[in-house]
Design a protein around this ligand. Structure first.
Ligand code: TYD
Length: 208
């Protein structure tokens, strides 16, 4: 049996990841694939600690937060009931809303970027995605979407921080070069147009 594919979506808060993930999942199912959609931070107990920090209820040092995301990501990979590896091994495709690229871009600002990258990329239990789709939209439209959809803002959800994070994402993609399969999609367009590009990219990853 062939293994499932592992696809990650990245982008700023409010870039439309949730919408495009569910549309791509529907499209993949139409093509006969089995799909499991997941997200980070997870709903594990570590994920709960992370959410408290993101909400500003508990203050955490950037290095500490990076380590919490790392622990949550290891759990997300190896959890025997609904971990990423479990599904991939069974031939089920996994789509994940955020992965280690977010740790690089968000924690990589206040913590040491090389250390965050090293911890994640050199951890045997953390698998590499077959594809990372980065939904790129301008800061103002992301901010409008956050305003419409959220009751409270998380610690990173202000324009100045989002601008830094967007720049960091691009620096990180440059640093990673060809070692990762990263595709940047212009997400400041109508939903069907963005989806059409995503499907084309999806079709380009070969059956494993
Ligand atoms: P969340 O509100 O779940 O959703 P969305 O991805 O739709 O914005 O936010 C997750 C937050 O966690 C987001 O602000 C990015 C942040 N994050 C990190 O800082 N580092 C990480 O490694 C991950 C996975 C997420």
């Amino acid at each position: 049996m062939s293994k499932g594919r592992f696809i990650v979506f990245e982008g700023l808060d409010g870039s439309g990841k949730g919408t495009q993930i569910s549309l791509l999942a529907d499209e993949m199912k139409k093509r006969g694939r089995k799909v499991y959609v997941t997200a980070e931070p997870t709903s594990s107990s570590t994920g709960g600690m992370i959410r408290d920090a993101l909400g500003g209820f508990v203050k955490r040092d950037a290095f500490e937060l990076s380590a919490l995301f790392l622990a949550d990501r290891i759990f997300h990979n190896v959890n025997p009931k609904n971990g990423i590896k479990f599904f991939i091994e069974q031939g089920i495709d996994v789509i994940c809303d955020r992965y280690y690229y977010s740790s690089f871009a968000y924690q990589g600002i206040d913590a040491d970027l090389d250390w965050v990258m090293d911890m994640n990329l050199n951890c045997r239990e953390i698998i590499r995605p077959d594809l990372c789709i980065f939904l790129d939209a301008d800061i103002d439209s992301c901010d409008e979407r956050i305003e419409k959809n959220r009751f409270d803002r998380e610690i990173y959800e202000n324009k100045e921080m989002q601008r830094k994070i967007r720049n960091r994402f691009f620096e990180v993609f440059e640093k990673l070069g060809d070692s990762e399969n990263i595709k940047i999609v212009n997400a400041a367009r109508e939903i069907p147009e963005v989806l059409a590009d995503i499907i084309k990219i999806y079709d380009s990853i070969k059956e494993k």
